[in-house]
Design a protein around this ligand. Structure first.
Ligand code: SAM
Length: 247
């Protein structure tokens, strides 16, 4: 199945919401600060946010001067929160799969996506679709779970500890076996797709994108002070962030 809508599962939705509402989640402390540093000037620009979730980034883009923002999500529950918490006349929320963006009848200056692309099955076709939907010279900025994280078939993190109980290394497997992963995350059977680093870069290059930046973010000092446990991120990355331009 290439379009699982797990965020509409009540148990999953509640678990994920509690995670995002906590003040020590990796999105807010590690991924979002790195993404913000790579944002282009959005003044007067049109933006497409793929897998926009609660719409927090959509409203941020309006604050940065975006002229129009379209937020797409497959989950009605996520969009209900977006419409409640992040509504604005310049934002349109659409309940659809990001794999259907070729149906859109407009082009965008900037495509953004935070932690949603590992839910897409066919990344080669999706990269082509994103290229078509971008205006000439348009930019793509996305984050996804790092291939080191998506690789292991059971999806579990495998930290190894020393005699003092400190995490010192991380074991992963199945890296060169791309494809579907069914994992337990609040519920059984959450589907994600593993791709190698080269699969991802080659899909973008074959579509015509020119990669401008690649980032595997680590926690900043203030994050370690706030949540010392996040120093485990220096053992292995959790996220992969890529910024690319329509060539
Ligand atoms: C981890 S959440 C991230 C939400 C948001 N981007 C953020 O950073 O707060 C992933 C989002 O991708 C959405 N999603 C998953 N598969 C999708 C698909 N095929 N089309 C559109 N949205 C999808 C989910 O419903 C969910 O809202």
């Amino acid at each position: 199945m290439s379009r699982q809508n797990i965020f509409d599962n009540e148990t999953f939705f509640s678990g994920y919401k509690a995670l995002r509402d906590s003040d020590c989640n990796a999105n807010d402390l590690i991924e979002q600060p790195a993404m913000r540093k790579l944002l282009p000037d959005l003044n007067g620009r049109s933006v497409l946010d793929l897998g926009c979730g609660y719409g927090h980034n959509c409203i941020d883009f309006v604050g940065r001067g975006a002229a129009r923002v379209v937020g797409i999500d497959i989950s009605e529950k996520m969009l209900a929160v977006a419409k409640e918490e992040s509504a604005h006349v310049k934002i349109e929320y659409r309940n659809m799969s990001m794999t259907d963006i070729s149906d859109l009848d407009e082009k965008f200056d900037f495509i953004y996506s935070s932690l949603a692309f590992h839910y897409v099955k066919d990344f080669d076709a999706f990269a082509n679709d994103m290229y078509s939907v971008l205006s000439e010279g348009g930019l793509l900025l996305f984050s996804q779970e790092h291939p080191i994280i998506t690789s292991t078939v059971d999806g579990a993190g495998h930290f190894n500890k020393n005699e003092n109980g400190e995490k010192v290394s991380y074991t992963f497997s199945n890296y060169n076996q791309p494809g579907e992963r069914r994992i337990r995350w609040y519920v059984d059977g959450v589907i994600k797709y593993h791709r190698t680093f080269s699969d991802i870069i080659n899909a973008l290059a074959n579509a015509g994108f020119v990669v401008e930046a690649v980032c595997e973010p680590v926690p900043e000092e203030w994050v370690i002070e706030k949540v010392p446990a996040w120093s485990k991120e220096f053992i292995k990355p959790n996220f992969l962030i890529i910024k690319a331009r329509k060539g």
